[in-house]
Design a binder for this molecule. Structure first.
Ligand code: ATP
Ligand code: ZN
Length: 570
């Protein structure tokens, strides 16, 4: 089958660790763009499709504006993170482009064809988030290796080399026990302040590490983190009534050996096997080595973010989490194991990936052979997933209808074309009121609930939209009278263009819901089901939304469609 034009997109470059399962890549391709290399590798195969590669982040609206998405008949997701998947899902709802969503974890996998507003979207079923631990467990009372790795990766590393970490500094009310809460909050704040001091010592050291470097700042870090902080925890006796107490590190036992290594300049040559559990001395040596190397890097890099494939960062996290484990009498881990824990790595299986990619392609055929009819394809397509039943490796199920409570599917939305550089908030507000027939006023907020305007917050009115949003951002508009529904407008920036507010897309199931509720009475709402893509678009002739800027009809088609808990404005 000829797909016409296929665009392949990925933000990453090829790593050695990809070669075992990503068959299009070879050793020589390491560090090259995945998308470009994949396209090059299959270009010569016998097919009639034109292949185009893009190296970039799908969420980058400059490189991939809305018009990019609108250019496709179908989008295939094979992403590995929730943020990007949710983003593509949302854009597909705005643009109504069908989405073939897929994913694998180890031996499990699934393919979900999504026909916007006709079938469940990616957000319709809540997704489980990665396992979270209480802050106090990570900060004060670890009991498993993963607690220590999380502390090293999410707290210590960003505090010393990155942008800091506020989410692991507890605020009141996070502990079940109130007494623990007070003591812990105070303790953690003090620890955090001291770490800021250490960060300064690192920055100073980074400037001074010359021919005869002074590494005493590393001793201060070790003493603070592995001895003094633990002594302070021990003083909080209520923490230890039903737990075994930690044992602070006695650094003086090791400091001489470390100093000799530093003086002889051999410290940076220390290398422990990644498959072997190191002794305390070896972990200390690795800690000192990686701290020195990361500090030197800070001369060129402003901030360093943890990346499991960054050897210095991995050695720092591995050694510091092991030293903490030792203090809390928790089993130590090899560097390889720490890498798996820190990188949330679930082994990827080439066969599962291949099977799911195959089903993705097969499933899309329903859409193409039906002449791109979403209704027919939605009826014919199946969700495919691995099966836990022995002797039956895959299972299928009919596609479910959108979840009526889905925060994505249940929203009235549209795409607004405008020039964010020149359009002021005031003009935008005025146009909204005219176009959608708000009776009084609106409130306008960003998608992360930052209020830009409402009737008693007018400070921003004369500022252009570009001061608050970028191309591709979503704005939330709500009716100050709370009669009309909240709406979501995706902003598509077009320099020099007059503002064009869209006719809104109303999810079909909400239309049916309201018809059932309101019976025949409501002749204000004029809507039509069953146009080619199944989306309810308000009728051209009779609906005021279609007649932009004309005040010929006082009624509004989005009247009374009120969804609770959608927008939190403050
Ligand atoms: N926002 C994004 N834009 C473009 N590509 C993305 C985005 N987020 C993730 N990806 C890509 O999605 C792909 C997911 O693939 P997968 O998890 O199978 O392999 P991988 O990430 O190469 O494996 P590993 O994590 O072991 O390196 C990756 O190639 C990743 O670069
Ligand atoms: Zn949904």
């Amino acid at each position: 089958m000829n797909y016409g034009e296929i665009h392949v997109l990925d933000l990453d470059t090829i790593d050695l660790s990809n070669l075992n399962r990503q068959f299009l890549f070879r050793q020589k391709d390491i560090k090259a763009s995945k998308a470009l290399t994949a396209v090059k590798a299959v270009q010569h195969m016998n097919h009639a499709s034109k292949l185009v590669a893009h190296h970039g982040n799908i969420m980058d609206t400059k490189q991939f504006p809305l018009s990019f998405f609108q250019g496709f008949d179908m989008i295939f997701n094979a992403l590995d993170n929730l943020e990007a998947r949710m983003y593509v899902n949302k854009v597909c709802l705005f643009t109504k482009v069908p989405l073939m969503e897929s994913g694998t974890t180890g031996l499990q996998g699934q393919v979900q064809p999504i026909y916007p507003y006709l079938t469940e979207c990616f957000a319709c079923v809540p997704k489980s988030t990665p396992k979270a631990f209480p802050v106090c467990t990570i900060r004060s009372t670890p009991s498993k290796p993963v607690h220590c790795v999380t502390w090293a990766k999410n707290f210590l590393f960003p505090q010393l080399f990155g942008p800091g970490s506020s989410d692991l500094i507890p605020t009141k009310g996070q502990n079940e026990d109130d007494d623990e809460d007070d003591d812990e909050t105070k303790n953690s704040l003090q620890e955090a302040n001291e770490l800021i001091e250490l960060k300064f010592s690192i920055v100073r050291a980074a400037e001074d590490l010359g021919d005869s470097p002074d590494y005493s700042f590393v001793d201060s870090i070790i003493t603070k983190i592995f001895t003094e902080d633990i002594l302070r925890l021990l003083r909080m006796e209520n923490l230890w009534t039903s737990r075994s107490k930690p044992t602070p590190l006695n650094y003086s036992e090791y400091s001489l050996v470390i100093k000799n290594l530093e003086d002889s300049g051999l410290i940076e040559d220390v290398k422990l096997s990644d498959q072997k559990i190191g002794s305390i001395l070896e972990n200390l040596q690795t800690f000192v080595k990686s701290t020195i190397r990361l500090t030197k890097r800070l001369r060129l890099e402003k901030e360093i973010y943890f990346d499991k494939d960054d050897q210095d960062a991995l050695e720092f996290v591995s050694s510091s989490s092991n030293l903490r484990s030792y203090i809390f009498d928790i089993p130590l881990k090899t560097e390889f194991e720490v890498k798996q824990i820190a990188g949330n790595i679930i082994p990827a299986v080439a066969t599962t990936n291949a099977i799911m990619a195959g089903f993705s392609a097969l499933s899309s055929i329903h859409y193409f052979i039906s002449g791109k009819n979403s209704h027919v394809a939605a009826e014919a397509s199946r969700m495919v997933y691995d099966s836990s039943v022995p002797e039956r490796f895959v299972n299928t199920s009919k596609l479910a209808e959108p979840n009526k409570n889905c925060k994505q599917c249940s929203i009235v939305r549209g795409i607004a074309n405008l020039d964010i550089g020149t359009l002021t908030l005031s003009k935008f507000r005025q146009q909204l009121i005219e176009k959608y027939h708000y009776e009084d006023d609106v409130a306008i907020a960003t998608s992360d609930s930052r209020l830009l305007y409402d009737f008693d917050f007018e400070d921003n009115l004369e500022r252009p939209l570009k001061d608050f949003i970028r191309d591709g951002d979503v704005l939330l508009v709500s009716d100050s009278e709370e009669i009309l529904d909240h709406i979501e407008l995706l902003i598509s920036d077009h320099e020099g263009e007059e503002i064009r507010l869209p006719d809104l897309t109303i999810p079909p199931f909400r239309e049916q819901q309201e018809e059932e509720e309101e019976g025949e009475e409501d002749d204000e709402i004029v809507a039509e089901l069953g146009n080619s893509d199944g989306i309810v678009i308000l009728d051209e002739e009779e609906n005021p939304l279609k007649r932009s800027n004309e005040e010929t009809d006082e009624s509004s088609p989005i009247k009374k469609r009120k969804i609770d808990n959608l927008v939190v404005l403050d």
